[in-house]
Write a protein that binds this ligand. Structure first.
Ligand SMILES: [Zn+2]
Length: 285
């Protein structure tokens, strides 16, 4: 039987197989090497349509340049187009001016290609951390409505372990921003926050555990944030050559991710971030 809790967020970081930020990698050098991206996106849009789910696609500016037809198909299907930056550069490796230019450039490309306003942003690899938290004020200045870059966990790659785990207005330099923060979902395990609803965690944990954690979030009135990458649903995609630990994080469980997503789409109601925010603030366009 389908469950009908508060809507959850279905989000896709819309990028190619080579958009990763491990040491020594340069995604731009792999641009144009070919990919299954258009077929992956066709599959994803068909899954969403079959489930009646609306999603938020955080799209890279470079991907919109390479695949404008795909971006237009996402928008035509009624989904939200948001920004994932231009070329997957880490926010904390950029100066605040470089960051502003990167976000502005991606938003301009996406709005031009999709013909719709961009309202949200998610940094590549959750690269809004304590050291560059004030970069969120840039998103407010650019007129964006929300950010979805904060992961309230501690890992070797990213995270702000003590960040609020619910939707809130971030405070920067003592000022509450006119911006929503949509933190990525966590569960509390052995006194630590841990992700469960996307990427590596989604591939690692059994589908039943993920469904249990989503239900638990929903009982507390919180939407869960599911986040996936097109390449994670396609075991046949080209692969990066990575050291063992990075390869595990990047590819473990990739054969089962699509079936887990299909199962969750049957069990839960999903919507886009902006549609949910409109229920919190009816003046939002
Ligand atoms: Zn990404």
């Amino acid at each position: 039987m389908a469950e009908r809790p508060a809507a959850n967020f279905l989000t896709f970081d819309t990028e190619e197989w080579y958009h990763a930020n491990y040491d020594g990698m340069d995604p731009a050098a792999l641009r144009g090497r070919g990919s299954n991206f258009p077929a992956q996106m066709e599959d994803l849009l068909a899954l969403c349509a079959a489930a009646g789910a609306r999603a938020t696609f955080f799209v890279l500016g470079a991907v919109a340049e390479d695949h404008p037809g795909v971006v237009r198909a996402i928008a035509a299907a009624g989904h939200e187009i948001a920004s994932h930056g231009y070329g997957h550069a880490l926010a904390y490796r950029q100066t605040i001016d470089e960051f502003a230019a990167d976000v502005r450039r991606s938003v301009a490309i996406l709005e031009d290609v999709a013909g719709a306003a961009v309202r949200g942003y998610r940094a590549p690899s959750w690269s809004i951390v304590a050291a560059n938290y004030h970069y969120l004020a840039v998103l407010e200045e650019l007129g964006l409505v929300y950010d979805a870059s904060v992961f309230p966990v501690r890992t070797f790659l990213y995270g702000i372990p003590d960040a609020p785990a619910h939707i809130h207005r971030p405070v920067v330099a003592g000022r509450t921003l006119n911006l929503w923060e949509i933190p990525t979902s966590v569960v509390r395990l052995a006194g630590r926050n841990m992700g469960y609803s996307g990427g590596f965690y989604f591939r690692l944990f059994p589908g039943l555990f993920i469904a249990y954690a989503i239900r638990r979030a929903n009982r507390r009135g919180r939407p869960a944030v599911v986040y996936l990458h097109p390449r994670e649903l396609d075991p046949g995609e080209r692969r990066l050559t990575l050291p063992a630990k990075e390869a595990f994080i990047h590819y473990h469980g990739i054969g089962g991710a699509r079936a887990k997503l299909v199962s969750l789409l049957q069990k839960f109601t999903f919507t886009s971030v902006i549609d949910h925010l409109r229920t919190l603030d009816p003046t939002l366009k």
